[in-house]
Write a protein that binds this ligand. Structure first.
Ligand code: Q9C
Ligand code: ZN
Length: 342
């Protein structure tokens, strides 16, 4: 299968993040993408193509106009306010606080358009996030055009980004943008299966009231793990989307046997739904040595994950999400893809 990647995605190069209640070195860093690209080339897995430019329209099918304008204009506002370096929000409109009117002040805007302080926003974030979305869109276009599968080597990742706020290292929801593109290109039903260690809260929320996009997520139980406030098993969709959302929260320490049982259950739901296309939010942070995660998948077991996904028998768009054990990320990611190819 083909891989899509743009070096513009490397421009988002954060130095720090707030996690564990303090300022720490950033883990969602450019070398993540570089090591995966290097592994694809060194194993001769397939061609690596640059993305096409799709413009803002397919992004605006998923994200709010004011949010897109905020991201686009952020750096100018930030520097006009006399600030420099990467930005972190610190105040949010929770519970009784109001989301309207939208504040004029940059710190108010940062809080309005985010949900955590763990996601550094810098000068090059917008250009990189756009390139990452173009990468997902190009992979979706390949599959819409008849390729059995394609790999979008996305970075920054996307699945935590909602229609109008960022977080969890994510700004534009690449998988959701790809799924919506596939619908607009003629697919009647699209399933998004999220196998990242963290719940795909953004993707879930974007499609929560829709019956045309089934969202399924396997992840660490949010009672114990980020994003904490979404991802429980009783979230099944609402309105027309009731029954078209399925969460599989798993215990910390989950290994491949338990993970693959949940995967089988999720893929059974996919088969019942009978989608035209499958989008896989491919996080590799389920790896046993991931520095921020607590599942126990081994490198060889990612081959089995890919093989199991292939058995669904669907045109498949892989969209990279998390995975922070950089030295092993290339092997683990290409194991999934080559397991799929058999
Ligand atoms: N102590 C993705 O995998 N911070 N995002 C966790 C750990 C947020 C992960 C703090 C993790 C976000 C795309
Ligand atoms: Zn993750």
């Amino acid at each position: 299968m083909k891989t899509v990647f743009s070096p513009v995605q490397l421009a988002h190069d954060p130095k720090h993040e707030i996690s564990d209640g303090m300022l720490k070195p950033a883990v969602e860093i450019p070398s993540r993408a570089e090591i995966v690209r290097a592994r694809i080339l060194e194993t001769g897995f397939g061609d690596v193509l640059p993305p096409d430019e799709f413009g803002l329209e397919p992004i605006a099918r998923v994200h709010a106009g004011d949010y897109i304008a905020f991201l686009e204009g952020f750096w100018t506002r930030w520097t006009n306010a006399g600030r420099s370096g990467e930005a972190f929000p610190f105040v949010w409109p929770v519970r009784e606080l109001r989301t309207k009117p939208v504040p004029d002040h940059i710190d108010g805007l940062l809080g309005r358009y985010s949900f955590d302080a763990g996601t550094p926003l810098g000068e090059e974030t917008w250009v990189a996030a756009r390139a990452s979305a173009d990468t997902a869109l190009t992979a979706a276009r390949l599959v819409a055009g008849g390729d059995r599968a394609a790999f979008a080597l996305c970075r920054p990742p996307g699945h935590h980004a909602h229609a109008d706020f960022y977080g969890g290292y994510c700004f534009l929801n690449n998988a959701a943008i790809a799924a919506q593109y596939l619908r607009d290109a003629g697919a009647d039903r699209v399933a998004v299966l999220d196998v990242d260690y963290h719940h795909g809260n953004g993707t879930q929320a974007i499609f929560y009231d829709r019956a045309d996009v089934l969202f399924l997520s396997l992840h660490a139980d949010p009672i114990e793990e980020f994003p904490y406030f979404l991802g429980h098993a009783d979230e099944t969709g609402e309105g027309a989307g009731e029954g078209f959302n399925a969460n599989f929260p798993l215990a910390l320490g989950t290994d491949w046997p338990a993970f693959s049982r949940a995967l089988d259950a999720a893929l059974e739901r996919v088969a019942e739904f009978s989608p035209d296309t499958l989008v896989v939010s491919l996080g590799l942070d389920t790896y046993e040595r991931d520095p921020i995660s607590k599942f126990r998948l081994k490198s060889e077991e990612f081959l089995a994950l890919g093989a199991r996904l292939e058995k669904a028998g669907l045109p498949t768009v892989f969209v990279m999400e998390g995975g922070y054990a950089v030295d092993a990320l290339g092997v683990n990611c290409v194991n999934v893809l080559s397991g799929f190819e058999g």
